[in-house]
Write a protein that binds this ligand. Structure first.
Ligand code: ADP
Length: 229
């Protein structure tokens, strides 16, 4: 599903490599934590997977396509298959829960009927059925991130990429968000999570890829954060 072969990246020609010789394969249906200190290169890797940037060297294949060779016109289709979740939620604050999720469907041309069917389904999955008509700005951080998850999955993407999804949440809400991601994964979606949340990584015993100053230092099935240090 995602294959990195000898990837390097530098943002400007005179600068340093921020990723060095990264190699891994992530298969369909996996749940993978990408961990490492700030500046390690986690977001850079995610930007490559959604083809915001291309590797300076090496090959990155996503869903079997070499992204450097992908034509511009294909990029929206790639991104449709990848649900994004952000640390800062990125919701329409003045709008309702329902509208925030419906919006993601409208932009891909879904019909009113599909919207009325899909939105309640994902709201139930994230436990927000009773908040459908609430405005985002009246909801807690944990609830807002659950909307972020619902919006990410409503188009049935093959993969979810979550960049520090619990960075602004307390431990209980963080655990709840990770549990929902786990449920989404068990239903067949591949999940990649960049995180600093040591407790959760250790508790979930999923694959852990550790980046340190742009290098992949550990790639361990059923890993823990601490062993990566
Ligand atoms: P992480 O997500 O692990 O915190 P990043 O991928 O954001 O790490 O950053 C990796 C390195 O790339 C850092 O040294 C950062 O300063 C640098 N970097 C990130 N974005 C840019 C950019 N747009 N231009 C130049 N350097 C960048």
């Amino acid at each position: 599903m995602v294959e990195a072969k000898g990837i390097y990246h530098r943002y400007d020609k005179k600068g340093c490599d921020v990723l060095h010789n990264i190699n891994f394969v992530i298969n369909r249906g996996e749940f993978v934590f990408i961990v490492g200190p700030s500046g390690a290169g986690k977001s850079t890797l995610f930007k490559m997977i959604i083809r915001e940037i291309v590797p300076t060297k090496g090959i990155l294949r996503v869903f079997g396509h070499d992204l450097a060779a992908m034509r511009r016109g294909r990029i929206p289709y790639l991104r449709r298959n990848i649900g994004m979740v952000f640390q800062d939620f990125r919701l329409l604050e003045e709008h309702t829960t329902f509208d925030n999720i419906a919006f993601a469907l409208r932009v891909i041309g879904a019909t009113g009927r599909e919207i009325r069917r899909r939105v309640p389904y994902v709201l139930e999955l994230v436990g927000l059925t009773d908040k459908a008509t609430a405005r985002v700005c009246d909801l807690s951080g944990g609830e807002q991130q659950r909307i972020g998850l619902a919006r990410a999955i409503v188009n049935r993407p093959a993969m979810i990429i979550a960049d520090e999804p619990t960075g602004n949440l307390d431990p209980d809400n963080s655990y709840e968000i990770m549990n929902i991601l786990r449920t989404i994964n068990m239903r067949g979606t591949t999940v990649l999570v960049a995180t600093h949340n040591r407790e959760i990584v250790d508790r979930l015993k999923k694959r852990v890829i550790h980046l340190d100053r742009g290098r992949l230092t550990v790639d361990e099935a059923k890993g823990v954060y601490s062993s990566a240090l």
